[in-house]
Design a protein around this ligand. Structure first.
Ligand code: SAM
Length: 277
């Protein structure tokens, strides 16, 4: 059988993976959900035709969206994850001993259920109801309107700025994120590819800079994401991720993140620096 799944990464470019087996296909109130087992990347979650994560390269994204902010803050106790329905981000958050409570607000309960069934190594913290985890199925945008001075760290592990994720890239949302953070809090959002999403990156940086005294972007190489080069944008009220002492690492076992990667991921090629001017 010669079955392929493809993602249109731009209107002129597709990434195709040869599929061994389709494990799930369905539609929730919010999006089309598929899990396929691919030859190259193993099991993959696909939402509205966009590759979200794969069991082969998920560690890069999840370690980088979590350990960079959590090791920038000297003692994060209360962490909020918005989105992240596959559970990989929350799995990494609860590994930090200093974290007392890890809240997660995901809009789509079916994504959570499907990932628990087909991607258990990613969603293990949700499967085992980790004692630090408080999982809420709901809209992250509304959740942010209610919170004030509450979190040390907010991680926006969202899908692309289309569909239910669109409102997670607006000035109103960022203002609520700022308010929901404590006086020394910080936040990180996945902000797509510096090759293909340049306008988005420039826009997000401009918005974050208007709110947060410290705004930084960092990079990671993630094979299943468009162009392979992915970026994250951080807004921080107090702690600088480059100057912060990452020596306070608690010896977590990681496959991508380490203290040198922490610093070097903020070193940006000139064409990326240009986007932030
Ligand atoms: N790592 C992924 C990436 O960059 O492609 C993102 C993974 S995660 C699966 C994205 C999640 O964000 C999806 O499960 C989606 O349902 C959720 N999401 C989208 N909009 C949301 C909203 N407004 N509130 C909460 N969760 C949302």
């Amino acid at each position: 059988m010669n079955l392929w799944i493809s993602e249109a990464q731009t209107k002129d470019l597709e990434l195709r993976a040869r599929v061994k087996e389709t494990l799930f296909m369905g539609k929730s109130d919010f999006q089309e959900i598929a899990v396929v087992d691919s030859h190259q990347f193993g099991r993959m979650l696909v939402l509205d035709g966009v590759f979200q994560t794969s069991v082969t390269d998920e560690f890069i994204y999840h370690e980088m969206i979590v350990h960079v902010p959590l090791y920038t803050h000297p003692s994060p106790k209360k962490v909020l994850v918005i989105g992240g329905g596959d559970g990989g981000t929350i799995r990494e958050v609860v590994k930090h001993e200093c974290v007392e409570k890890a809240e997660m607000v995901e809009i789509d309960g079916l994504v959570v259920d499907v990932c628990k069934k087909f991607l258990p190594e990613i969603s293990e913290a949700m499967i085992h109801n980790h004692p630090k985890l408080e999982l809420k199925i709901g809209d992250g945008i509304s959740h942010m309107k209610q919170a004030e001075n509450k979190y040390d760290i907010i991680i926006v592990d969202c899908s692309d700025p289309i569909g239910p994720g669109k409102g997670l890239f607006t000035p109103a949302f960022y203002t609520n994120v700022y308010k929901a953070l404590k006086d020394d809090g910080l936040f990180v959002q996945q902000t797509e590819s510096p090759f293909y999403h340049q306008e988005l990156i420039t826009y997000v940086n401009k918005e974050i800079r208007q709110l947060f005294p410290i705004t930084k972007m960092y990079l990671a190489n993630i094979p299943t994401y468009p162009s392979g080069l992915h970026c994250f944008t951080m807004g921080s009220k107090k702690y600088d991720p480059i100057q912060s002492s990452v020596e306070n690492q608690q010896g977590l076992t990681t496959r991508y993140y380490n203290k040198d990667i922490h610093r070097s991921s903020f070193v940006l090629p000139n064409f990326v620096q240009e986007l932030l001017k």
